[in-house]
Design a protein around this ligand. Structure first.
Ligand code: HEC
Length: 110
């Protein structure tokens, strides 16, 4: 009886730990390359190939210094309703949006 209760609990704990690990995991290098391609070609179509601005504003680290990563990731995931900035949630995951936000804060030049 005791064992029956303990095993599922252990499994649940293991699963929770595994899922938390996935959420925090670094983005694998192949996906990083895809995200940078997206940044250049998709984001770049509005924000400029070098992210220096176009239809959308420049995506420069100076701009984002005061932004926390969460705010920046939310702008990417949910877009700006009522503007041409689309939500990217259908195409990238939350950890990927955080990763991209981190790249933008660092000042990536795709
Ligand atoms: C169809 C055009 C378009 C595409 C594609 C696009 N954006 Fe935007 N984006 C905009 C516009 C326009 C704004 C300004 C919205 C506003 O007026 O608040 C904006 C705003 C932003 C902002 C807020 C910037 C600020 O200074 O307030 C971020 C961050 C951003 N975009 C990131 C991205 C990223 C990352 C991608 C690619 C994954 C992307 N955008 C793709 C048009 C676009």
């Amino acid at each position: 009886m005791r064992l029956k209760l303990t095993v599922p609990n252990l499994l649940l704990t293991a699963l929770t730990v595994a899922l938390a690990g996935v959420a925090n995991a670094d983005i694998d290098p192949e996906r990083q390359a895809e995200l940078l391609y997206l940044l250049k070609h998709d984001c770049g179509s509005c924000h400029g190939m070098r992210l220096e601005g176009g239809l959308g504003p420049a995506l420069k680290p100076e701009r984002f210094r005061q932004w926390d990563t969460k705010t920046l990731a939310a702008a990417i995931l949910y877009g700006r309703p009522g503007t041409p900035m689309p939500p990217w949630q259908p195409f990238i995951t939350e950890p990927e949006a955080y990763w991209l936000a981190g790249q933008l804060k660092k000042g990536i030049r795709p």
